[in-house]
Design a protein around this ligand. Sequence first.
Ligand code: PEP
Ligand code: MN
Length: 349
Amino acid sequence: MIIVMERNATKDDIQKVVQLLKEHDFKVLEHTGEIYTVINALGDKTALSAERVGSLAGVKEVKTIREPFRLASRDRKNEDTVVSFNNGVKIGGDNKPVFMVGPCSVDENFDGLLEVAYAAKDAGCEFLRGGAFKPRTSPYDFQGLEEDALKMMAKAREKTGLLLVTEVMDAQDLPMISDYVDLVQIGARNMQNFKLLKAIGKSNKPVLLKRGPSATIKEFLLAAEHILYNGNENVILCERGIRTFDDSYTRNTLDLSAIPIIKKLSHLPIIVDPSHATGQRYLIEPMSKAALISGANGLMIEVHYNPEIALSDGKQSLSTAMFKDMISRLMKLRNLIKYDNNTLSTDVE
Ligand code: PEP
Ligand code: MN
C-alpha cells in the first residue's frame, strides 16, 4: 500500500505508522518531499488492513495496489472461470453466450409456463427462469408460489430439458431450492445479504449473483468474493441495471460498460438482464444486442404467456410471440459472435 501523510503530520505520527507496518512484516520505504511524506509498504494486507493504517493519526490517504476482491481478481487467476452444467452447457470463457428465458413470477397456469419453455427450447435457449420466492417492494404485491412454482418448473424441465434458474431469498430455503434448480439466483436486493452469500458459498451450487441497484463494481465483486471465500467457485455475475437519476423512461440504467470492466478485472462470467435494467419491452432487443456485442456471457429475459395478466413485471415482459420474433435475430447475432481470449472476433467488427 501507499500511505500519504498529512502535511502537518508529526515525526511521531510517521514513526507510529512505520512501526505498525514493520510489526506486521511490511517492507517499508519512506520518501519525504517538501510538503508530504509518502510511505511505500509491501506486505500481506490480511495481516494489516489499509483501513486500520488509515485510522492512524496524521494519515491523509492509503492507496492499495492489489484489488480488494482477491479471489475474484485476475491477479489470482487469469484464465476465465467456466461454470458447467450436467447437460454440457457451459457459461463463461469463450463459450457461446447462453439465454435464460421465462416469467418474472411463475403463476398457476402451468400450460402458460410450458408454452414459454417450449418457445425457449425450440429457439435454442438453455435455461428457463421463473420466480418462486419474489422480493417485492410492497408487501401487498404477489409474493410468489414458492415450492409449488418450483414443482411446475421441474415439470417443465422434464418436458423440455431446459436448465432451471430461480431466486433464493433466505438461506433456510437454499437446500430445498437447490434440489429443484440447476442455478440459484441471488437477487439485486440481496447482493449484500452476507449471510446468504456465505450460505451459498458453503455449497457448490452454481450461483447467479445480480448486481445491487446501487452497487459499485467494486462492491459487486466484493459480494462475489464472499461466495468464493467460502469455497464456491461456480459464480456467474449479472448486470441488471443500476439506479441513476432518470426514472422517466427506464426503470434502471443498464451499465453496459460494467461488462468489459468486469472482464478486465475478474475471471468470472457475466450475463446481462435487460428486462430489469430497462423495465420496457421495446428496449429488450437493442439492449440484448448491445450486451452481446459488449461481451456478455449470456442474457436473462422475462417472457410471459400473457404479459397483461402477469403477476409481476408484465410491462417489461415479452409475450411468447414477441419473444419468438426477437430471438431469431438474437440467435443470428449469437452465431456471429466469437470470442477468443475475451476479444471479439473480426467477423462482426
Ligand atoms: C428477478 O430476476 O426476478 C428479479 C427480481 O431481478 P432483480 O433482483 O435484478 O431485481
Ligand atoms: Mn421481474
